[in-house]
Unconditional design. Sequence first.
Length: 80
Amino acid sequence: MPRYFFHSRGPVIGQHLLDRTGQQLPDVASARIIAVQAAQDLVRLNPLEAWSGWVFDVVDGDGQIALIQPFTERKNRAGR
């Protein structure tokens, strides 16, 4: 089973945290679910923090970016 690492990166240069442990998951779709849940938990636990621009760079065991998951999703123009 592949291992995925969930590195968090902010909008300011040098603003990042590396996941050195990672998680073994069956596929990148499972990694996306974990990233979305983790981002939602962080925003919910610390709602006053400015999360705009923060992302998870989900990296596979070969060091390749498998996906980039924003902590917050942009709302469309209608506010939905």
